[in-house]
Design a binder for this molecule. Structure first.
Ligand code: KIV
Ligand code: ZN
Length: 505
């Protein structure tokens, strides 16, 4: 069986989703979960892009022990140097150098001739190979590049020392037949003394990203790039969980193996959804809430008689557990730590104290604390609000349908209090928080979901706000037993991140 390598770019291409900003702590948390899921290579970021990106790539390089850690670089020496600095402590570092090759990119974006593009690839891939044993080259917008020139660009990169060639369908323009043929063409026409790994990188503008990636695999690609839940620029990237399951369920057809631990799939997807603030649509393949629900009577009847009638994937295969033992208010520290260990977490004493305290508060209000609740608590604790903490919210009916809110927020020893009115409770709370942060962002999105079923479910609120000056979009998540508290927490988190960015700019 062939082995297909998984290259996850959720933290780089995925972070290019509007409104998605992972902080370093979250990125490390995600990287460790991706490692558990079995990813071969993680693209940790674009080190030259910002101090934050550099810091995150360096932190992931230090934290990860099994995966190859990659950093992105343009064809510029300063980018390659920065990537080298960020990755030098990685167990297995890799650089990912890219340069656009299509006519539209060359003429309008780069203002470079074909000869200049080839010369730049030669210089920079050669320079990268002096510093890295593993060099990946991507001809950006490959699928809209003239085939002969694409081959020349790829051959130049190979001659200069690249051993991994990634073929990006940057704007999601290709289709499975064409994309597959492109791999067959490149693979049969390149020459090299070293083994060259071909990799697919697809965007989902026409809804073909997963199909295109699978077509590349059928035609010789040994590596697939993508993101969890398909997050990314515009319509997003290939959803890696879809490729993993397609390769597994249709092993008869693809004849391929991967290192993916399928039963960590749902947990990985949940963590990305939570920290990115991009909820998974109910009908999303593999990880959507309805992916294993059978509604029609005929289907239910069939599944009861034999699940195989309508179910090609079992929820258990992707890690959806229906019979796990929940904790309750009588559960002690030992049971709590035990459960966390089963879930794969180990904490420092102070972290476990803080989580145990939150678990107890929750267990006092909720009959059964499920795995979903615990995972949400861990993610919430990890995300933080840059030191700001919601202290109290008080609401009062004013008149003419208006609500008044008083909000108090703490940061270290300081307490900030403000009050405002609004035409509803949430608006009054958000107006008060705006006063505290001296901001007037636009609320682009507000979503609320119940974490589990039942009347005593915790509420998870996702908000997306846009800065009035920079138009930067920032997301926030709030988790609480009380809907209004959860709403306030989500808004405080996004506001704190916005304030923090303002200071950095
Ligand atoms: O889509 C794309 O072309 C990219 C490159 C940087 C590989 O993300
Ligand atoms: Zn991309």
């Amino acid at each position: 069986m062939r082995k297909i390598q998984f290259f996850d770019t959720s933290l780089r291409d995925g972070e290019q989703t509007p409104g998605v900003n992972f902080n370093t702590r979250e990125k490390v948390q995600l990287a460790l979960q991706l490692e558990k899921w079995g990813v071969d290579v993680i693209e940790a970021g674009f080190p030259i892009a910002s101090e934050g990106d550099f810091e995150a790539v360096e932190a992931i390089a230090k934290a990860v022990t099994k995966m190859t850690v990659a950093g992105l670089a343009r064809c510029q020496k300063k980018d390659i140097d920065r990537a080298y600095e960020a990755l030098k402590q990685a167990v297995d570092p890799q650089i990912h150098v890219f340069l656009a090759t299509s006519a539209v990119h060359r003429e309008f974006k780069l203002h470079m001739t074909k000869e200049e593009v080839l010369a730049s690839i030669n210089t920079h891939v050669r320079y990268a190979r002096e510093k890295f044993a593993k060099v990946q080259f991507s001809p950006e917008d490959a699928t809209r590049t003239d085939k002969d020139f694409l081959l020349a660009a790829v051959q130049t990169a190979i001659d200069a020392g690249a051993t991994i060639i990634n073929v990006p369908d940057t704007v999601g323009y290709s289709n499975p037949t064409e994309y597959g043929e492109l791999f067959a063409y490149l693979i049969s026409h390149i020459t090299s003394d070293e083994k060259i790994t071909f990799s697919s990188h697809c965007h989902d503008d026409l809804g073909m990203a997963t199909a295109n990636a699978l077509a590349a695999i059928e035609n010789g690609a040994d590596r697939v790039e993508g993101t969890i839940n398909g997050i990314g620029e515009r319509a997003g990237n290939t959803a890696l969980e879809e490729v993993a399951l397609a390769l597994h369920i249709r092993k008869d057809f693809y004849q391929s193996d991967t290192s993916i631990k399928l039963d960590e799939t749902k947990r990985t997807s949940d963590l990305i959804a939570r920290l990115s603030g991009i909820a998974v649509p109910k009908n999303k393949a593999i990880v959507g809430g309805n992916a294993y629900a059978h509604e029609s009577g005929i289907h239910q009847d069939g599944v009861l008689k034999n699940p195989e009638t309508y179910e090609i994937i079992t929820p258990q295969l992707v890690g959806i557990k229906t019979n796990s033992l929940p904790l309750g208010k009588l559960s002690g520290r030992h049971a709590f730590i035990d459960k966390m260990t089963q879930l794969g977490y180990q904490f420092e004493q102070n972290e476990s104290d803080a989580l145990f305290k939150r678990f107890k508060e929750l267990a006092d209000k909720k009959k059964q604390v499920t795995e979903q609740d615990l995972l949400a608590l861990v993610a919430d604790q990890g995300r933080g609000s840059d030191g700001y903490e919601l202290d109290a919210v008080q609401l009062q009916y004013v008149s003419n349908g208006h609500q008044g809110a008083v909000v108090s927020i703490k940061k270290e020893q300081e307490t900030f209090v403000a009050s405002a009115i609004g035409s509803g409770s949430i608006q009054a709370i958000y107006n008060s928080i705006d006063q505290i942060f001296d901001q007037q962002p636009t609320l682009l999105n507000y979503e609320i979901t119940a974490l589990t079923s039942g009347e005593d479910a915790q509420a998870e609120v996702h908000v997306l706000i846009e800065c009035s000056d920079s138009h930067e979009k920032i997301s926030g998540i709030g988790l609480d037993f009380d809907v209004l508290q959860a709403s306030a927490k989500a808004y405080v988190q996004a506001s704190a991140a916005l304030k923090n960015r303002g200071v950095l700019v």
